[in-house]
Design a protein around this ligand. Structure first.
Ligand code: GLY
Length: 605
């Protein structure tokens, strides 16, 4: 066995049912953006001196997202999300004089209406902000474990893990989204909450036409949501809304109006809080009025790291996103010359870097209010050099050699949603928000009209046993009352060598958020792809356990696949990996690209 830089802190794992909800359904054709109010980019590479010329990549023959497609271009402002209507809410607010923060908050509330599988007021998230004057900030509005939560609350009488951290009332952490968005607006916005929430309230009250993406999502969620309540606006009389139907959400509109009128107190106190607590009592839920009234978002210093001459600003713990991204890129930066995109060596080195960074992530990261987190060590170049020294050029390192007490289990990517916003002044906001599983716990708050999260599954509900994503996490992320569960969300802003915003990027997909987001960044910086090519490039994923290199079907050329197998990589194929939404600065404006594998909208002017 090779000597390992990792502590022996992960326990043996036991089998557990793993959800299999792939990022499979592309509801619109590859390359479509669902955009409006846009024009095509100028021909040729970005001509800004700080942005080197772009290089056309070579993807494997037959890869379903060919290179060379144009992105949505806009000269002044851009908003990109998984919902064209929510992106349009952001530009509506910017047209009315709001800045990127006003627009991002408008977008966040609108997503709760138009993308209810992940956009939310019943969940939580993170925002990273970079203002045109150079100020940076990060706000953590992750859910917290209720006061009545206990370490073993999801184990049955025989000590076996149940599915109650994923489904039903007990699965929910105390929601943070409303407190976080309100605090973000108050500190860096220019408009009142009542103004920026107008598009969301209108969409909820007047309704909007369900597109094929939302209809598909609703249809897939039927069993889960109708298990807890027969009738919701998404399933009137238990039947899923079809594409073309109008989704009107009067209860949600009333809730949003209460928030618009009273601020966060309109959610955490009063009749909305009463409805949430009453919903808890209908199931086995434990969130109380005290939990709601005590919820507070946390301002944090963003993780600041550099890759080559570019600066990354990303989310610190309670998310693992920024640290794990920094650690992975630091390992890769140790190579003076990295191989070309698509080569055996490229996939081997990138996968091996992720494998090492995820071992640390799973063992050492958690809510810093509860456990010491070695941030300085994990993000240091010296430590990265040590890890890089463990990567063989000729063979994959089994995770059990690096961390002997880990075992492999399957896992599949899951949901969340990311949005990116920039304004004409150069202010930028990257936000990732989630209910965890698509449609959260499946529980809809009667009378108040919103879905609740199942974020408690992001804790190590039984340390050493894989969670919904197959992540095997240690004792440091065990459940404790008031603690934030470790996240992978990675809202990231990349600055160029002149300290100007180059990229605003982030993703949905559980642990694949980290690998998907960082590969788009690598494709732009290292391989000098256009943003559209960087988004369409085939992706890989490694999270230490399962000890496999996951890849997208058709995304790795057969001879490269054979070479990776012969090096010892257990290759695992999925149809699609990760749901990224990104903006890149180009000459004369911005390019916006919603996830080509999913649905979304880039809207600008
Ligand atoms: N719920 C997914 C994450 O926060 O990583």
């Amino acid at each position: 066995m090779m000597s390992s830089p990792f502590p022996r802190s992960i326990l043996q794992v036991a089998p557990r049912v793993v959800l299999s909800l792939l990022l499979a359904a592309c509801s619109r054709g590859p390359g479509g953006t669902g955009a409006s109010d846009v024009r095509l980019p100028p021909a040729g590479p970005p001509g800004d001196p700080a942005i080197p010329a772009r290089v056309a990549p070579v993807f494997p023959a037959g890869w379903r997202l060919p290179a060379g497609q144009p992105a949505t271009f806009a000269p002044q402002v851009m908003a990109v999300s998984n919902s064209p209507a929510a992106s349009a809410a952001a530009t509506e607010i910017m047209r009315a004089g709001g800045n990127a923060v006003d627009a991002a908050v408008a977008l966040g509330f609108a997503l709760a209406v138009t993308w209810p599988e992940a956009g939310n007021i019943g969940g939580g998230g993170y925002s990273v902000v970079r203002l045109a004057d150079g100020r940076v900030a990060a706000i953590d509005y992750r859910e917290i474990a209720p006061l009545a939560a206990t370490r073993d609350m999801y184990l049955d009488a025989n000590g076996k893990l149940t599915d109650k951290s994923v489904y039903g009332h007990l699965a929910s952490g105390v929601p943070g989204a409303v407190a976080g968005l309100s605090a973000l607006l108050e500190r860096y916005g220019t408009m009142p909450l009542s103004r920026v929430m107008q598009p969301a309230i209108r969409l909820a009250r007047e309704g909007f036409v369900v597109d094929t993406a939302l209809a598909g999502s609703i249809a897939r969620a039927r069993g889960m949501v109708t298990r807890f309540q027969r009738s919701t606006p998404y399933f009137p009389n238990g039947q899923p809304l079809a594409a073309g139907a109008r989704l009107v959400q009067p209860d949600l509109a009333r809730t949003l109006e209460a928030i618009a009128q009273y601020g966060a107190a309109g959610f955490y106190k009063g009749w909305v809080a009463d409805s949430l607590v009453a919903e808890m009592r209908r199931g086995e839920g434990i969130i109380t009025h005290e939990d709601l009234s005590r919820y507070t978002p946390v301002w944090r210093a963003p993780i600041r790291t550099n890759f080559r001459e570019y600066t990354l600003l990303s989310m610190p713990p309670s998310s693992s996103g920024g640290v794990t991204t920094a650690e992975s890129l630091n390992i890769l930066e140790q190579y003076p010359a990295l191989p070309s995109y698509g080569s055996t060596r490229w996939f081997h080195l990138v996968g091996s870097a992720y494998q090492r960074a995820f071992i640390d992530r799973n063992a050492k990261l958690a809510d810093p209010a509860f456990v010491p987190v070695p941030l300085a060590q994990l993000t240091s170049k010296t430590y990265a050099r040590q890890l890089q020294g463990t990567i063989s050029e000729t063979r994959a390192t089994p995770t059990r050699e690096l961390e002997p007490r880990m075992q492999a289990l399957p896992r599949e990517p899951e949901h969340t949603t990311h949005y990116s916003v920039v304004d004409a002044q150069g202010n930028a906001v990257a936000t990732t928000t989630t209910l965890n599983n698509s449609w959260g716990s499946g529980v809809w708050v009667r009378g108040a009209g919103f879905m609740l999260n199942d974020e408690m599954d992001d804790f190590a509900a039984q340390p050493g046993t894989p969670n919904m994503f197959g992540l095997v996490q240690g004792e440091q992320n065990a459940i404790q009352p008031g603690k934030r569960m470790l996240s992978a969300m990675s809202p990231t802003i990349v600055l160029d060598r002149d300290n100007q915003v180059l990229l605003v990027v982030g993703a949905a997909g559980g642990p694949t958020i980290i690998t998907g987001t960082s590969q788009v960044i690598l494709n732009v910086i290292q391989h000098r792809m256009t943003l559209m090519d960087a988004m369409r490039a085939p992706r890989i994923h490694h999270q230490a356990l399962p000890d496999s290199l996951t890849f997208e079907a058709g995304g790795i050329a057969p001879p490269v696949l054979d070479s990776l197998r012969s090096m010892g990589h257990a290759m695992r194929q999925l149809r699609a990996l990760v749901n990224v939404n990104a903006i890149m600065r180009v000459k004369g404006g911005w390019e916006g690209v919603p996830e080509p594998r999913r649905s979304g909208g880039a809207v600008g002017y």
